[in-house]
Ligand binder design. Structure first.
Ligand code: PMP
Length: 354
């Protein structure tokens, strides 16, 4: 039996979107491939509210995170972490011999503008990474206030991880001054895993030009130059199957309407937050709680593994806490094409099991 997924990725994919993955192949050096890629770029620019170049990567989101920190750090990266995926940026830096410092918040707390100001005022850094939506703790960072600080430092390349939030909540890339905004297909976009997407600013291009060793497959400058020179084509063979599905799914997203889509995510989040506060407690402060997933403090000491097993028998699946937060928290995702009535259905079912 297929379990209805309330996990923070991969999410359920609508059958009509999955079907697009089975579109017959075309040559990746054909005019049709350029048309497909241009079409995706234009739609992604609209979804990201940006005029910057859109780049696709046949990797999951981590690939573009690695490419970004390696390709664009000239001096030193300031990595702000509010959980496991923030720390990943630091691991990527260390693994690529990129100088970087890690600034961690207490679990469940956001990155504050003050922390960013304090680090950047040292003048040691030329690249910053921020996790917009931390999938382990369920914290959505106050990105507007953070971006106001970053804007005071024009040398900074601003990398934003929106892997688990883009397409579920508004991220105005140009207004925030984000240079590299990264997302994955398997979360709020509502597609199968296997492709990542980023925006890439002129500032990021100029920064990368000053970095000698940018790797090869994830060298974002070479990707950028190739796309520009070869009419939106890619240096290596991209996952055309994902691209067909993405192009189609973006049409669906605009047909729903961006404001409606963000509102639906907010509404689902509010329902889960109200329920969590009634039955358990929220892990982050409500002010910083994510609109795409909710991390719930296991105040009743229930066995989350057992609950999930029972839910599984009824055809549903939620997530245990991530890493150290396992059993201490659990997570309910409400993203992608999940609907308000489905979230209510799940919560009613959990009420009968706890
Ligand atoms: N950042 C965040 C916030 C994530 O949730 C994830 C995946 N769970 C990643 C990065 C890594 O993305 P991917 O699995 O697509 O490589």
């Amino acid at each position: 039996m297929h379990k209805k997924l309330f996990i923070p990725g991969p999410v359920d994919v609508l059958p009509e979107v999955l079907e697009k993955m089975a579109t017959p192949m075309i040559g990746h050096r054909t005019k049709d491939a350029s048309i497909l890629q241009k079409s995706i770029s234009e739609k992604m620019m609209k979804l990201m509210y940006t005029k910057n170049q859109i780049m696709l990567s046949t990797t999951s989101g981590t690939g573009l995170m690695e490419g970004a920190i390696r390709s664009c750090t000239r001096k030193r990266a300031a990595v702000f972490s509010v959980g496991s995926f923030g720390k990943r940026w630091h691991e990527l830096a260390v693994g690529n011999n990129v100088p970087a410092d890690l600034f961690e918040s207490e679990m469940g707390q956001p990155t504050t503008p003050e922390m960013v100001e304090e680090a950047l005022s040292t003048g040691k850094y030329d690249l910053v990474t921020i996790t917009h939506n931390e999938t382990s703790t369920g914290v959505m960072n106050p990105v507007k206030a953070i971006s106001d600080v970053i804007k005071k430092y024009p040398e900074i390349v601003f990398c934003l991880d929106t892997v688990s939030s883009l397409a579920g909540t508004k991220i105005d890339v140009d207004d925030l001054g984000v240079d590299i905004c990264i997302t994955s297909t398997q979360k709020a976009l509502g597609l199968p895993p296997g492709m990542a997407i980023c925006s890439f600013s002129e500032k990021a291009v100029e920064a990368a030009k000053q970095v000698e060793f940018r790797g090869y497959y994830l060298d974002l400058l070479s990707l950028y130059k190739y796309i520009q020179k070869k009419d939106h084509q890619y240096p290596s063979t991209p996952s055309l199957s994902h691209m067909y599905a993405l192009d189609y799914q973006l049409d669906r997203i605009f047909a729903e309407g961006l404001e409606n889509r963000f509102e639906r995510h907010f509404e689902m989040a509010e329902i889960v937050r109200d329920w969590a506060e009634d039955r358990f407690a929220l892990f982050p402060d409500r002010e910083f709680a994510s609109n795409t997933l909710t991390t719930i403090k296991n105040t009743r000491g229930i066995n989350v593994g057992d609950l999930n097993k029972k839910l599984g028998e009824k055809g549903y699946m939620i997530s245990n806490g991530y890493g150290d937060l396992k059993e201490k928290t659990f997570r309910i995702a409400h993203m992608g094409d999940r609907q308000v009535n489905e979230v209510k259905e799940l919560l009613e079912l959990i009420n009968t099991l706890i």
